[in-house]
Design a protein around this ligand. Structure first.
Ligand code: CA
Length: 237
């Protein structure tokens, strides 16, 4: 832990959850602040300084989705969404919302703390995400065009705009290094900032790659772009 404790903003209207979170977060060596509705959360996020924001989705006054978009317009503070609505995850993690990660309720404290550590480490620049830096690079591979300054992806001239941030980062990571096989561990570490890659994390990577293929490949059984090196990881041809 640094000399200065990392500060976390909890935006959660259910007091029991907020206090339990605050207790566990402080036990883990962070300091924290609680906002109990969306408007207060947004105001605190923009006027104070935090190392990470935990954001509930269903909030009074302003929903978490809107808070997230508004924070992201001004700040790059990592945002972890707390949600019970698993079906909303793709929408929440969309590039335009800019959320960095999510945990679904009910979650274990250990899982959440591990996500918090990973996201803080990642934002501190200890882990450089492939797509995170707006270097203004344009990568073209056959019909695939990625513009990293605009976070945009086009396939055969048609924009793919429902890609999530993590799926996009995997794509950029592979596309910047065509032919290089990235292991599950490398993808976990570079895209999510996780320092551990167990079965759950591998599954997260696999799911993201499947989502990505569904958007890029005309035949996902016989992919043109994202290839699998069996048991090792993925590469882009
Ligand atoms: Ca709520």
């Amino acid at each position: 832990m640094d000399d200065k404790k990392k500060r976390i903003l909890i935006v959660e209207d259910e007091k029991n959850i907020a206090y339990t979170l605050a207790y566990n977060i402080m036990q883990a060596g962070y300091t924290c602040d609680i906002a109990s509705d969306g408007e207060e959360g947004l105001k605190k996020a923009l006027t104070d300084t935090y190392d990470l924001i935990l954001l509930d989705l269903m909030l009074p006054k302003m929903d978490g989705f809107t808070v997230c978009k508004n924070v992201r317009e001004k700040l790059s503070t990592p945002i972890i969404i707390l949600t019970a609505r698993v079906e909303e995850v793709d929408k929440i993690m969309g590039l335009d919302t800019g959320a960095d990660d999510y945990v679904t309720k009910p979650f274990s404290v250990n899982e959440l703390l591990s996500r918090i550590r990973a996201n803080i480490r990642r934002s501190a620049g200890e882990v450089v995400a492939a797509g995170a830096s707006g270097t203004g690079e344009i990568i073209e591979i056959r019909g695939l065009k990625i513009d990293t300054s605009h976070y945009s992806v086009e396939l055969n001239g048609k924009p793919i705009d429902d890609i999530t941030k993590k799926d996009y980062e995997i794509l950029v990571l592979l596309a910047k290094n065509p032919g290089k096989v990235f292991t599950f561990e490398e993808i976990c570490s570079k895209v999510w900032g996780y320092d551990f890659c167990g079965e759950d994390e591998k599954q997260t990577v696999t799911t993201a790659v499947h989502r990505l293929r569904a958007k890029l490949e005309s035949d996902s059984q016989n992919p043109e772009y994202v290839h699998n090196k069996r048991g090792v990881g993925y590469y882009l041809k």
